[in-house]
Design a protein around this ligand. Structure first.
Ligand SMILES: [Mn+2]
Length: 266
């Protein structure tokens, strides 16, 4: 299986701070920094040209949402083929809407695992239906997902609880965290990984610091323990402006390797 890496430097739908548009080159920098090898913990060596190719970044930094979302959806659709899996590097979380929508046209019964501090189910956020707080509301209102499971949540509101109930979302909140859900995930599975799911002690380079999160190891364990086919993934919300000594960028790079290895092994 070939992994296609696509950078999507788009952060215009961030509600609080800009910065995630700077993430794709920062994560690639970790790859060539000399600090880490290219093996996943599961023993897969990532070799460019052999099991992954880097397609570079989309040219969408300054586009408005509609134009950017169309470019993203078309790019993902054009690059999907039965022998490839796409790993997208964001960008803020709004980009997962067009990315996942494109995947659904190839995998009609697609299930999604969202690893996130936030449910991202707002009908709109401060008037913006394309906000990074709303991508999963857009996907669910179109009836596009077979199921949505969210883990890492620790910022629920009355509205978000209502939305989760309305759309039948499985919410695993941090206050009641356990990992039983991993065995119940259905495939084909898409993983949307918002780095703010991880505690700011491990991942300070995100726009929204929400204490009480997952550890780096928790997320690695979730990825390793998934038993259904993973057919696509994104890593979003790295904000290099907030990072400390590239700690979060290196975590994003490690999670990239583990997600890629998981998809190569499927
Ligand atoms: Mn989030």
């Amino acid at each position: 299986m070939m992994i296609k890496l696509i950078g999507i430097p788009y952060d215009k739908n961030s509600s609080f701070l800009r910065g995630p548009a700077l993430a794709p080159p920062k994560i690639r920098e970790m790859d060539v920094s000399g600090s880490a090898n290219r093996f996943s913990e599961s023993g897969v060596e990532l070799i460019q040209g052999k099991n992954y190719i880097d397609l570079g970044d989309l040219n969408c930094v300054e586009d408005d949402s509609k134009v950017a979302f169309n470019k993203i959806k078309n790019s993902i659709s054009n690059n999907l083929d039965p022998e490839a899996r796409i790993l997208s590097i964001g960008g803020d979380h709004s980009i997962s809407y067009p990315i996942i929508e494109a995947h659904v046209s190839r995998y009609p019964d697609l299930h999604v695992l969202q690893i996130d501090a936030h449910a991202d189910l707002y009908e709109d956020f401060e008037g913006n239906p394309h906000s990074h707080a709303s991508p999963f509301a857009r996907l669910l209102e179109k009836g596009l997902l077979g199921s949505l499971t969210q883990v890492g949540l620790r910022s629920m509101t009355t509205h978000l609880n209502e939305q989760a109930k309305r759309y039948g979302v499985s919410c695993i909140e941090m206050k009641a965290l356990n990992f039983d859900f991993v065995r119940e995930l259905k495939g084909p599975l898409y993983i949307s990984l918002d780095l703010d799911a991880i505690d700011p002690a491990f991942a300070p380079g995100v726009s929204h610091h929400e204490p009480g999160g997952l550890s780096s190891r928790d997320v690695l364990k979730i990825i390793h323990d998934i038993r259904v086919p993973v057919i696509g993934a994104d890593i979003v919300e790295l904000n290099p402006n907030r990072d400390l000594n590239n700690v979060t960028a290196m975590l994003a790079y490690k999670l990239f390797k583990e997600l890629a290895a998981k998809m190569i092994n499927n």
